[in-house]
Design a protein around this ligand. Structure first.
Ligand SMILES: Nc1ncnc2c1ncn2[C@@H]1O[C@H](COP(=O)(O)OP(=O)(O)O)[C@@H](O)[C@H]1O
Ligand SMILES: [Mg+2]
Length: 228
């Protein structure tokens, strides 16, 4: 029989830890399943925004389900329409880990290729918080709220897949600029038409809304993510 520290009950599960909270609800790390899981809870979304939070969570649930636990992506554990549970992936967000190994970016390219082969585009890869670096130095992706599932390789699919790739290459330009190939530099210098339009107009409006009104920051979620 195992023993416990004085005063501590046997096999006390680690406490829940809040990773992020905003107007759309919270993201927390909690014990569950074989290890721990990450719960997105839309029940605490700001009044009037619950419907949007649930819509985004449903989008994420569908994308994760169709990926079926692809290595480097969280596995969907459950979704009841309000709370979404996904498997925890150990690692640090990119802006903390600052990956500079060619192997990280090689693997990240492979991961994107597999994601796209499964017909899923992530659509939110500009945010470094959505890229993790595992303790082994491998890439992983989280936050599939804006992801799309494509039934065929349509023009839209190809455009979004290229944008996913371009965002990865932007991160590579930050952390490993000498590793960029001539082709990768070319891709970086030619954003898709919608991205150019976005940059010229929508991006400024988006930043005003998300930073000033919603109080978001692009690097949110970078807090301590480990259980004691
Ligand atoms: N499956 C996961 N494994 C490990 N960490 C995660 C996982 N899902 C989310 N996180 C952490 O929680 C943060 C917030 O989750 P995320 O899904 O990005 O929510 P939001 O859409 O509000 O940004 C992420 O930036 C990441 O640090
Ligand atoms: Mg995120």
């Amino acid at each position: 029989m195992s023993t416990s520290a004085p005063g501590r009950p046997l096999e006390t599960p680690p406490p829940e830890r809040l990773l992020k909270a905003d107007l759309f609800g919270s993201v927390s790390l909690r014990p569950g399943g074989a290890g721990c899981l990450v719960r997105r809870d839309t029940t605490c979304a700001r009044a009037g925004l619950g419907w949007l939070a649930r819509l985004l969570a449903r989008r994420e649930a569908r994308a994760l389900e169709s990926l079926g636990g692809l290595a480097g992506t969280p596995r969907l554990i459950g979704f009841d329409g309000r709370r979404l549970d996904r498997s925890f992936i150990d690692g640090l967000p990119m802006q903390q880990a600052r990956p500079a190994e060619p192997a990280y970016f090689r693997e990240a390219l492979r991961l994107l290729r597999r994601l796209h082969l499964a017909g899923v585009t992530h659509n939110d890869l500009a945010k470094e918080t959505n890229w993790l670096v595992t303790p082994e130095g491998r890439p992983a992706l989280v936050d599939f709220q804006l992801a799309a599932i494509h039934r065929r390789r349509s023009r839209l699919f190809r455009l979004l897949a290229r944008e996913d790739l371009r965002h990865l290459l932007k991160h590579k330009r930050t952390y490993l600029p000498s590793g960029l190939s001539a082709r990768q530099r070319r891709i970086l210098s030619t954003p898709a038409p919608h991205a150019r339009l976005w940059k010229a107009t929508g991006k400024r409006l988006y930043l005003v809304i998300t930073r000033r009104l919603l109080g978001w920051a692009d690097r949110e979620g970078a807090g301590d993510r480990r259980f004691p």
